[in-house]
Design a protein around this ligand. Structure first.
Ligand SMILES: Cc1cc2nc3c(=O)[nH]c(=O)nc-3n(C[C@H](O)[C@H](O)[C@H](O)COP(=O)(O)OP(=O)(O)OC[C@H]3O[C@@H](n4cnc5c(N)ncnc54)[C@H](O)[C@@H]3O)c2cc1C
Length: 411
């Protein structure tokens, strides 16, 4: 028997693609995964709460080889379309918190189980514990691992991030017979904690700050690679936190191209001149206290210690002894605290993969150029977004486009 559709990978994209096919047509759909259950990574998302989408998604929030193609994908099936589908078809209500959407149960399991039950309830077949190692096109059909035949195939194997979930970059070898070297963008970890070689950063391990963050390329102060705002967490290896994850993809790429990226952290989210006035005022109000004690209402004392050490000033220096030049240097460091970045925690700890199969190598339906009936969607495509539901929305949107392409193919 040949299936109408075989989907390789039962993650967010593969499962949603199956739903979008089965809601329109009574097709035979096989969803194949190396895990025994579908949605293993989806279960981990949003800290187990599944941040499914965001209310302000635009192509500019992603890194991709083709903004134009990305815009088409995000327009074809946007946040509203996805929320409407899971509410109307899957019966999953959603909640919005500061622009981020979650299932109203705040449980990833709700999303995974609802998708899985919709698929089996509409006649789809889940084939678990099956790692796909080859796809061939023979006699008008696709042959998967030699024993599964299908009229069309959707590759939705995810990228290379968190390989423990089953997504280990296998799409590269699966696609090799159908793509050229130029169709693939090199893979890098993204949304990943960053390592620093600065020895004083370890001393701040465990401290969190709300900050504005700018990533410089290491070829001079003026080359800004990326910026973000939010919580930064100092760790014993370097830095983490959502704003760090958001700029991490660019930092990893900069290192790969031989640069030395530097994070500049505005620890008090204010301008340099305002910081000078603030430090000056606090030092004059508390002249008999140490500088770190005078500033303790705005900055953790451990951080002031590091700032004073970087400026080669005594950690017990009295606030009243700080002259205008010292006040300016302290204020400058509070608004532009530098952290040298020399690596990341790698794919094992990355929430997403940057790079992959180029959007520009696919048709508008996400069909592989020159290979009718072979589609791709999800994280394996060269498109990665910031934190906040952007990556799952790309998985849903690209899956909906691929599903539409499959339906046209079957007609
Ligand atoms: C810890 C963590 C938290 C995250 N939180 C969020 C969040 O809150 N919001 C958000 O938008 N994004 C989040 N993401 C990113 C999000 O999980 C991904 O964007 C999304 O899962 C990608 O979906 P996918 O279907 O393309 O790939 P995956 O979900 O990785 O699914 C791919 C599937 O393919 C299977 N597979 C791979 N190769 C083969 C093969 N050769 N044969 C058979 N099966 C195969 C895998 O087992 C896997 O089940 C998070 C990621 C992580 C790791």
């Amino acid at each position: 028997m040949a299936y109408d559709v075989a989907i390789v990978g039962a993650g967010a994209a593969g499962m949603y693609c199956a739903c979008k096919i089965l809601c329109k047509r009574d097709a035979s759909v096989a969803l194949i995964d190396s895990n025994s259950r579908p949605g293993r990574k989806l279960l981990m998302t949003g800290g187990g709460r599944c941040n499914i989408s965001n209310d302000s998604i635009s192509a500019g929030d992603y890194h991709t080889d083709s903004m134009e193609r990305l815009e088409d994908i995000l327009t074809f099936h946007n946040t509203e379309d996805f929320l409407a589908f899971i509410t109307d078809e899957l019966g999953v209500l959603t909640s919005e918190r500061s622009g981020l959407y979650y299932p109203s149960t705040f449980r990833s399991e709700t999303v995974v189980n609802s998708l899985a039950q919709y698929i089996t309830g509409h006649g789809g077949t889940f084939i678990g514990d099956t790692t796909v190692t080859s796809i061939k096109h023979e006699d008008g059909l696709f042959k998967i691992n030699r024993d599964i035949a299908s009229k069309t195939v959707v590759i939705a194997t995810g990228g290379a991030s968190y390989p423990v979930t089953g997504s280990n970059g296998s799409f590269i070898s699966l696609l090799a017979p159908f793509t050229g070297k130029d169709d693939m963008e090199a893979l890098y970890p993204a949304l990943v904690p960053l390592k620093s070689s600065d020895s004083d950063i370890k001393r701040l391990s465990g401290i969190r700050v709300m900050c504005d963050l700018t990533l410089y390329g290491g070829r001079g102060e003026d080359l800004v690679l990326s910026s973000s705002s939010g919580e930064l967490l100092f760790t014993d290896y370097g830095v983490s936190g959502i704003c760090v994850l958001d700029v991490s993809g660019e930092a990893v790429r900069a290192i790969a191209s031989g640069n030395k990226p530097v994070l500049s952290v505005n620890l008090i989210k204010t301008s340099s001149d305002e910081a000078v006035s603030l430090v000056s005022r606090l030092c004059s109000i508390f002249p008999d206290r140490s500088v770190k004690s005078a500033l303790m209402g705005v900055l953790r004392e451990e951080i002031t210690d590091v700032i004073l050490a970087r400026l080669k000033l005594s950690k017990d220096m009295k606030a009243g002894d700080a002259d205008g030049k010292i006040i300016r240097s302290i204020a400058d460091m509070m608004t532009s605290f530098k952290i040298n970045i020399n690596g990341s925690l790698g794919f094992d700890n990355a929430q997403i993969t940057s790079g992959g199969l180029k959007l520009s190598s696919l048709t508008k339906s996400l069909e592989i150029e020159g290979h009718k009936g072979l589609f791709a969607c999800g994280e394996m495509l060269d498109c990665n977004g910031i934190c906040g539901g952007y990556n799952l929305q790309f998985a849903w949107s690209s899956a909906a486009v691929a599903a539409d392409g499959v339906l046209s193919c079957l007609n």
